[in-house]
Design a protein around this ligand. Structure first.
Ligand SMILES: [Zn+2]
Length: 303
């Protein structure tokens, strides 16, 4: 899902609903990783904690207490509002996101879970796939169909027919309570030789690392700038290249490629406009050294 900084939390907790998840590796012990509220006043009531065993970072408490709440949270007309304004930009982003895939496969049935208006679906069709997409949010579906003539629908995965050669899910798995169950469900719909394609934010990317360092300063430029990739009202899991690879391997996937060379375009959103040009240069440099603030993995089932 394309994150949108204008999204307001639409699922309100009562204290008894609070869900404190164990790590997906099974460990219950953790230490504090980062508390954005302390410095910036944002994401009140939530903090980031890191598993003592595997290092995976998670939001505590979980922003969702049941998967069913996701349907309400993402049934929001504003969720893809920015994304529908600038089609050329998002199409280029989709091309950059899928750029490594044709090295492995470029034909067959392709499904995008969390497709929004269908930028990835259109791009996959252009590569040569027979692509379709599903999303819980009905609002971008009609607009995307009209703009691109793509095969997209408001459906859950269990409402889609058949199996696929590629299943893609870009910026979705960090939103689900059980990523392991999500991967099992995807696996059940993937052909034996099929490819799993996942995109997620990288909490250990250069941008979040620099900003967390600046956040430690008592005052001054950058001390209140917050990386947009946290999205603590939506993101439960915050992967790094290490924890993402380990998670995928533990769940029975062979990671054929882990590409950390593309920043999230929202990276500059919360930085003052005057400084954006200079800062963008620094941010860009992280892409060339494999420390971008998002990453994609191309996987196959382990034999
Ligand atoms: Zn863990």
């Amino acid at each position: 899902m394309q994150s949108n900084s204008s999204l307001k939390k639409s699922v309100d907790f009562k204290p008894e609903d609070e869900l404190h998840l164990d790590c997906i590796c099974g460990s219950k012990t953790y230490k504090e990783y980062f508390n954005p509220e302390e410095k910036t006043g944002q994401f009140s009531g939530y903090k980031l904690i890191a598993c003592d065993q595997c290092g995976l970072v998670r939001t505590d408490p979980s922003p969702l207490s049941t998967e069913n709440e996701a349907e309400d949270l993402y049934d929001d007309p504003n969720y893809y509002a920015d994304s529908l304004k600038d089609k050329d930009f998002w199409l280029q982003m989709a091309k950059d996101t899928l750029k490594d895939l044709p090295e492995f496969i470029s034909r067959g049935r392709f499904l995008d879970i969390g497709c929004g208006p269908g930028y990835i679906v259109k791009t996959a069709n252009d590569i040569g796939f027979n692509a379709e997409g599903i999303d819980l949010n009905p609002h971008p579906i009609a607009a995307g169909k009209e703009a691109f003539g793509v095969n997209i629908a408001r459906k859950r995965l269990d409402e889609v027919e058949g199996t696929f050669d590629v299943i893609c899910s870009n910026h979705v798995i960090e939103h689900v309570i059980s990523p392991a169950d999500f991967l099992k469900e995807i696996g059940s719909r993937l052909n034996d030789e099929g490819y799993l394609f996942l995109g997620v934010p990288n909490v250990e990317g250069g941008i979040p690392k620099v900003l967390r360092t600046l956040n430690k300063l008592p005052a001054g430029p950058g001390s209140k700038w917050l990386w947009v990739g946290y999205q603590l009202h939506e993101h439960i899991w915050h992967f790094s290249p290490k924890t993402f690879r380990e998670f995928l391997e533990r769940e029975g996937w062979e990671v054929l490629l882990l590409d950390v060379s593309l920043n999230n375009p929202y990276a500059t959103v919360e930085v003052p406009k005057l400084r954006q040009k200079a800062i963008q240069k620094v941010w860009k440099s992280f892409e060339s050294i494999g420390m971008a603030d998002q990453m994609v993995a191309i996987c196959r089932r382990k034999k």
